[in-house]
Ligand binder design. Structure first.
Ligand SMILES: Nc1ncnc2c1ncn2[C@@H]1O[C@H](COP(=O)(O)OP(=O)(O)OP(=O)(O)O)[C@@H](O)[C@H]1O
Length: 309
C-alpha cells in the first residue's frame, strides 16, 4: 500500500519546466530520501504535495486522498518546508500553542513542552524566536511538523545548518517516528544521512526522477564493483595460479598477496563462494572487509552514466 503516488506531476515557472512529469510511488511506513543537485526541483516537488504550490499538470494522491482535496489529508500530514518563518516576538512554546490551536489539536502545555524537548529545544522553551539561530529555527520547524503525530511527514532538508550533535538527535527522532509507522519523505544534501536513514531513495535530475530504489538496487543499477579486502594466512605464493583459476568464475579482478589480497566482484552473493575457495585451498581468512559504492559515488556517477548512455 502506498502513502504517496504522483502521476506525471509537473511545474513550470514561466517557460521554465522545473518538475517534469514525475511518476513516483512511496510505500507506507518507509523513510524515503529525495536527492538531487541544487536547483533540481526537489523543494518545488514537495511544495506541490504539501499545498504550497499549484501543479501545472499531473496529479497525486496522499494516503489515498486526491491532491485536489488536500484539506482532507492535511490533518494527517506534517511539513517542514524548505524555509520556515516565525513571529519574532513569540517564544518557542507560544508558537507551538498557536499552531496547535490552528490545527484544532487538544494538547496540554506538557505535550507541547515534550515536543520541544524531543527536538532538542529544552533550553529555549521560553525564548523568543528573534533570538533563535538558524539551527534552532530548523528544530522549531520540526517540532511544528510533528506536533499532530502525522501519518506522513515531509522534511525538506531537516538537518541543513544544524550542528553535529543536533543532527544525531534529529536522526534518532526520525527513526523513532518512522518506527511508529509514519511515512517520512525527506530531502537532503547529506548523502551519508540519506544512506543511513532511508529505506528507499529517488534521485532527481533536470526535473525528472532519474532512478529510484533501495541501496542494493541503486548499486546494481550503477554496477559499481564491490571490493573485498582479505587478510589471510600465508602460503598463497605457491597457490597463486590454482587460486586464480578457482576464483576466475566469480571475480572481475584479483590481486593475491602473501597475507593480504584484494578482489573485485560484481555481486555480494559471491562473497561466500570466495571464502569457500580460500578455505578449500587451506588458506584461513582472518578478516574480510567489503567496500561497496556509497550513495555519494552513485550520485556522482549520475552524469557519467547519463552521458555514456
Ligand atoms: N517561485 C519560483 N519562481 C521561479 N522560479 C522558481 C521558483 N521556485 C523555484 N524556482 C526555480 O526552480 C528551480 C528548482 O528550485 P527548487 O528550490 O525546487 O530546487 P531544489 O532541488 O530544492 O534546490 P536546493 O537543493 O538548492 O534547495 C530553481 O532553478 C529555482 O530557481
Amino acid at each position: 500500500m502506498e502513502a504517496l503516488n504522483t502521476y506525471g506531476l509537473s511545474k513550470k515557472f514561466g517557460k521554465k519546466t522545473v518538475v517534469n512529469g514525475i511518476d513516483l510511488k512511496v510505500d507506507k511506513g518507509i523513510i524515503f530520501g529525495f536527492l538531487g543537485k541544487n536547483g533540481a526541483g526537489k523543494s518545488t516537488f514537495i511544495n506541490m504535495l504539501t499545498g504550497l504550490l499549484e501543479p501545472t499538470s499531473g496529479s497525486f494522491e496522499i494516503l489515498g486522498h486526491k491532491g485536489n482535496d488536500l484539506k482532507a489529508v492535511q490533518p494527517k500530514m506534517g511539513v517542514l518546508p524548505d524555509y520556515s518563518s516565525f513571529y519574532d516576538d513569540l517564544t518557542a512554546l507560544d508558537h507551538l500553542k498557536y499552531f496547535s490551536k490552528v490545527l484544532k489539536l487538544s494538547l496540554t502545555k506538557k505535550d507541547l513542552i515534550d515536543t520541544l524537548k524531543r527536538v532538542g529545544l529544552e533550553d529555549a522553551i521560553h525564548v523568543k524566536t528573534k533570538n533563535f539561530s538558524f539551527g534552532m529555527k530548523k528544530k522549531l520547524g520540526i517540532a511544528q511538523a510533528i506536533i499532530n503525530k502525522p501519518e506522513i511527514l515531509f522534511l525538506d532538508e531537516p538537518t541543513s545548518g544544524v550542528d553535529a550533535n543536533s543532527i544525531l538527535n534529529i536522526h534518532t527522532l526520525i527513526n523513532e517516528i518512522a518506527a511508529k509507522g509514519t511515512t517520512i519523505f525527506l530531502t537532503s544534501h547529506n548523502l551519508d544521512e540519506v544512506e543511513k536513514l532511508c529505506d528507499e531513495v529517488a534521485i532527481m535530475n533536470n526535473g525528472m526522477v532519474q532512478t529510484q530504489g533501495n541501496m542494493k538496487q541503486l548499486r546494481a543499477y550503477y554496477k559499481k564493483d564491490i571490493t573485498l579486502y582479505i587478510k589471510h594466512s600465508s602460503g598463497l605464493e605457491e597457490l597463486q595460479e590454482k587460486m586464480k583459476k578457482d576464483l576466475s568464475v566469480w571475480v572481475k579482478d584479483v590481486k593475491l598477496g602473501d597475507t593480504f589480497s584484494e578482489i573485485s566482484i560484481e555481486e555480494e552473493n559471491f562473497i561466500p563462494e570466495i571464502n569457500k575457495i580460500f578455505v578449500n585451498n587451506n588458506i584461513d581468512v582472518y578478516r574480510l572487509e567489503v567496500d561497496e559504492p556509497s550513495l555519494e559515488e552513485i550520485f556522482l556517477n549520475l552524469n557519467e552514466k547519463k552521458h555514456s548512455a
